[in-house]
Design a protein around this ligand. Structure first.
Ligand code: FAD
Length: 491
């Protein structure tokens, strides 16, 4: 009758499926989080000691610890809190379960291949000691094989998936788990296992510019962001494509780490969608894309193992060698000579976030203008996005590379200049991230190499000195891409 709640990508106490079940089923429940060295050590080994995600989790755990203490106190129990361990989860969780004498560990599903393998190992180790691992759906509205085609297969096309998703949805799927109702089962931490979050430095990491960026962490931060977004949601469908505008919700990092419940935000969006608010319908659509890519990863795990969703696309020959590496470095560092692409990469490098329209633009540019393997871009995003999520990131990259399910057809190639003219018409976003071009007149900003010499001179900009000339010619690259992708038709 004693249980251990193991938090992973669900860093909140409110409306948490596994926590609810633990508290309901057990008379005494302890809560734990493991800073998994199997994830952190490879980052450190690659010199990534300053990682915004590690800092985000760290701050959010402090918030979670406070939430648990307050929940305990409101039930008259002092000494409740979060037990934090640093080591491999595969060793730490069974050890903690044995030390605390619990018979059951509770956690929420995580369908990433690494997590599935880890959970299978934890389950085995617990079973060895006579304990069990109970897991629950929490991270998405519908998961795994819950939404299937008439033939009982997973959907691979978004629109019919969305229609089936909306049809299957009932109030039950959006209902919050009333954790508070059973919170009196939260047990005080024993003296051998005091609650509290160790310092970031004790984990071998240092602070990033997260605070400077005013990124709001924890459930408190998520709630504030969502409340702000709800006041703007009616304009979402019109504003979402313009990176200079505060259009989207900026909730991705919170949805990634579960500092906000997907049910709570989907319930609001669904309500407003039913009232006919076009912005809410568009936003709900994005949440459904999120579920869609999660079920793709769960049902087609090869996509998470570096393979194209459509195997014939693995026959494509990408650029390789020194020249390709130089192109990759220019893309990463925002030195391609295409202002919108470069500004987007600066946004990623400086903040860990990139606007959705720009993720599509830079991914298309990497694969279809530079002819580079989408996996190279996927990896760079995985290392730098604060909201990095394997399912969504892989889905996005394979969409752009045309190798994914329901992807952009391969012959549809974004023109980085017209994307810039259309989605940053006044050049506000470009000017924000490329101050060296700030004084150029707007019509020259999207393609400076075509600018009138007088305009460049008046702005004091010398191409090749202050800002690069384009590293590829878009029209020529387009022709090469069509040739490169021709192999797909031959397979
Ligand atoms: P909003 O526009 O407010 O959307 C609300 C939420 O819906 C997001 O927070 C996110 O959880 C979900 N969402 C939105 N668009 C998508 C989508 N296309 N696929 C899946 N979920 C979506 N999103 C990530 O969360 N992590 C990633 O690693 C990631 N990598 C991407 C890589 C590429 C190449 C592309 C094209 C897209 C990627 N996306 C990723 C999807 C999308 O760009 C981000 O979710 C979005 O920009 C986050 O900003 P927001 O929270 O303000 O979004």
């Amino acid at each position: 009758d004693a249980g251990l709640m193991w938090f992973r990508r669900d860093v909140r106490s409110e409306d948490n499926a596994a926590l609810y079940h633990a508290l309901k089923q057990c008379r005494r429940v302890w809560c734990a989080f493991v800073f998994d060295s199997a994830i952190l050590e490879p980052l450190r080994a690659r010199g990534l000691h300053a990682d915004r995600r590690v800092e985000f989790i760290h701050e959010s755990l402090i918030d979670l610890d406070e939430q648990l203490r307050a929940l305990g106190r409101s039930n008259g129990v002092e000494g409740v809190g979060l037990i934090v361990r640093h080591g491999t989860a595969v060793e730490e969780i069974p050890r903690l379960a044995a030390q605390l004498g619990v018979q059951a560990v509770f956690a929420n599903h995580d369908d990433e291949p690494y997590a599935r393998a880890r959970d299978a190992q934890v389950l085995g180790a617990l079973a060895h000691a006579g304990a069990v691992l109970h897991t629950y759906k929490d991270h998405v509205i519908f998961e795994r094989r819950e939404i299937l085609t008439g033939n009982g297969r997973p959907f691979t096309v978004f629109t019919p998936y969305k229609n089936a998703w909306l049809k299957a949805l009932t109030g039950y799927h959006l209902k919050a788990y009333p954790v508070e109702r059973y919170a009196d089962a939260l047990a005080p931490c024993p003296a051998t296992h005091p609650p509290g979050v160790p310092a970031l430095e004790a984990l071998g990491f240092v602070r990033t510019n997260l605070r400077e960026l005013k990124v709001r962490t924890g459930s408190r931060g998520a709630r504030a962001l969502f409340e702000d977004f709800v006041t703007r949601i009616e304009h979402y469908h019109q504003a979402r494509d313009f990176p200079a505008v505060k259009g989207p919700s900026y909730l991705s990092v919170h949805l990634r780490f579960g500092t906000i419940s997907i049910r709570s935000v989907a319930a609001v969006a669904h309500d407003l969608h039913r009232q006919g608010l076009a912005g809410a319908t568009a936003w709900l659509n994005e949440l459904i894309w999120r579920d869609f890519y999660h079920q793709i990863l769960a049902n087609f795990p090869h996509v998470g193992a570096g393979k194209a969703f459509k195997p014939e696309y693995d026959a494509i020959r990408w650029e390789r060698g020194k020249h390709a590496e130089a192109l990759l470095a220019a893309w990463r560092e925002g030195r391609t000579g295409y202002p919108l692409v470069d500004a987007a990469m600066h946004q990623l490098n400086r903040t860990g976030y990139m606007h959705n329209r720009l993720r599509m633009v830079v991914a298309s540019f990497l694969t279809k203008d530079l002819g580079l393997d989408w996996r190279w871009g996927e990896q760079y995003f995985a290392d730098h996005l604060i909201d990095f999520d394997l399912a969504a990131n892989n889905g996005g990259w394979q969409w752009a590379a045309s190798s994914g399910c329901d992807a952009q057809p391969y012959f549809r190639i974004f023109n980085p200049v017209s994307q810039s003219e259309k989605f940053d018409p006044q050049g506000k976003f470009i000017r924000r991230y490329l101050p060296e071009l700030a004084t150029l007149p707007t019509e020259a900003l999207h393609a400076p190499w075509l600018a009138k010499p007088a305009d460049l001179q008046a702005a004091g900009v010398v191409l090749g000195r202050d800002y690069p000339t384009p590293i590829v010619d878009h029209a020529a690259a387009r022709a090469r891409t069509l040739e490169r992708y021709a192999v797909v038709k031959k397979v």
